[in-house]
Design a protein around this ligand. Structure first.
Ligand code: TYD
Length: 201
């Protein structure tokens, strides 16, 4: 088993239908085969608060600021119970969504972005944030058969995408064109991760 001095947190971001879950799983398998101790996790989590959030995304009944608080509370438990202990013990942790999802989705839903940042201030910084970027038409086609939650509508996702792209430019996140063939996208992800690992040995 390969040991890192300190674990790392790799985050996948992007609009619904970008392929985060598929790529996070492929990366997890590859890193495990390479001998790393890996955990794949996600937000909203499968915990009590994550469950509550999903329920209200389906019912579309909560105020967007309430959702922002719930996402932040879900994240707090996620960080304390899972992310911190795993990173401290040297694991590679991959999270399917993290703080940027709150900033981009809830800001697109009318919540003040600075306030969202402030209620997420205590969150650990990710070592690598990868934005999988797709146009909304492609994303909607990928979700065609799905029952749509609160945020899974074209006009809304267009706003979210624009905020993601603008923030990625400002914060220096890695943006990958996720309309490319699956393995081409995955190889680009692995290249970024290898670069990060080299810095972390
Ligand atoms: P999603 O990644 O689709 O999770 P799952 O497939 O497990 O239901 O996330 C559900 C929705 O929640 C998605 O539309 C994005 C949204 N979301 C936010 O609006 N803010 C957040 O902080 C997070 C983590 C997700």
């Amino acid at each position: 088993m390969r040991r890192l001095k300190r674990g790392v947190l790799i985050v996948f971001e992007g609009i619904d239908g970008a392929g985060k879950t598929t790529h996070a799983k492929l990366l997890e398998e590859w890193l495990r085969n390479e001998g790393y101790n890996v955990t794949l996790t996600k937000e909203p989590t499968d915990g009590e608060i994550g469950y509550l959030v999903r329920e209200h995304l389906r019912r579309k009944d909560f105020h967007p600021a309430t959702l922002a608080l719930l996402f932040a509370a879900d994240r707090m438990e996620h960080i304390e119970k899972e992310l911190k202990p795993r990173i401290e013990s040297g694991e590679v942790v991959i999270s399917d969504r993290y703080v940027e999802s709150s900033i981009c989705y809830q800001a697109a839903d009318g919540v003040d972005a600075e306030w969202i940042e402030s209620i997420n201030k205590w969150a650990l910084n990710a070592d690598l944030t990868i934005l999988l970027d797709v146009d909304v038409q492609t994303a909607m086609r990928r979700m065609e058969s799905k029952v749509r939650d609160k945020y899974e509508e074209g006009d809304f996702l267009e706003k979210v995408r624009n905020i993601y792209l603008e923030r990625a430019r400002r914060k220096g996140y890695s943006v990958i064109d996720a309309t490319s063939p699956l393995m081409k996208v995955q190889m680009e992800i692995r290249r970024l991760v290898l670069q990060l690992m080299k810095e972390k040995w």
